[in-house]
Design a protein around this ligand. Structure first.
Ligand SMILES: [Zn+2]
Length: 251
């Protein structure tokens, strides 16, 4: 059977127990079900820390990803409320750093060769989602405009990290799990590895999501399909492989 890998190793062979990827996929489901909830007050006070030593990051929770435009997705709109609750709770507990890397594309962004045009600078799509803009402490949000999937290439985020060496815990939320969230969490994690910074990077699984495009729908529009469930969980797992702490929920 032809598969993505050009061989039959990816799929389970009839009668060959334990072969193929099925055992791993079963493991992945159990791993996801076993994720723990962590207490935010305990998290913030880890090792005697002050709340100002933790940053909460929310990537691409914009109008264009949630409510209108070519990339707006109902799956992603579902994480607005859990993220809003987390930010409110963090603010109540005196967290001061709310960092929002957001697509703010040039009209002729190179990325639009791979994705439909979205979140162009100056449009409603590029604005932080309305539910977060309505928060009384929204003036504390620090938005980092970006023009690619990366929150760290050609943005002010690396400079911000350099200027805040006391911040060494990062809660990463937003979308999409396998795209900008993955790039952001991995960038902070790899920065830590490269420089011996001992950063803690945590992703609450209920505060990240990705979009879904079925094989059938993708064929109709001539695009590549994107299985939201599988890619969400695979990329959560991939972050865990690299020392990103994946938790079910931060309470
Ligand atoms: Zn983009």
């Amino acid at each position: 059977m032809e598969t993505l890998l050009g061989s039959d190793r990816f799929v389970r062979q009839p009668g060959a127990a334990g072969s193929g990827s099925e055992p791993f996929l079963r493991f992945l489901i159990e791993w996801r079900q076993g994720l723990k909830t962590v207490s935010l007050p305990e998290y913030l006070a880890t090792g005697g820390r002050m709340p100002a030593q933790t940053a909460v990051l929310t990537v691409d929770l914009t109008e264009g990803m949630c409510h209108e435009g070519a990339l707006a997705s109902p799956r992603i709109a579902r994480i607005v409320e859990p993220i809003r609750r987390l930010l409110v709770h963090a603010h109540e507990l005196d967290v001061q750093h709310f960092l929002l890397p957001q697509d703010t594309h040039a009209p002729d962004a190179e990325e639009f060769a791979n994705w439909p045009a979205h979140c162009v600078a100056g449009t409603i799509e590029s604005q932080t989602v309305r539910e977060l803009r309505a928060l009384l402490f929204a003036s504390q949000f620090r938005v980092f405009p970006k023009n690619s999937l990366s929150s760290a290439i050609a943005t002010d985020l690396p400079g911000w990290l350099e200027h805040h060496p006391e911040v060494d815990q990062f809660i990463v939320t937003g979308d999409c799990t396998d795209l900008c969230v993955y790039q952001l969490a991995m960038d902070i994690r790899l920065r830590s590895h490269a420089r011996g910074l001992d950063y803690r990077v945590t992703v609450p699984a209920d505060c990240v999501e990705t979009f879904h495009l079925s094989v059938e729908a993708a064929k109709e529009i001539g695009a590549l399909p994107h299985d939201g469930e599988l890619l969400h969980h695979l990329f959560l797992y991939h972050m865990a492989l690299n020392g990103v702490e994946i938790v079910a929920h931060v309470d």
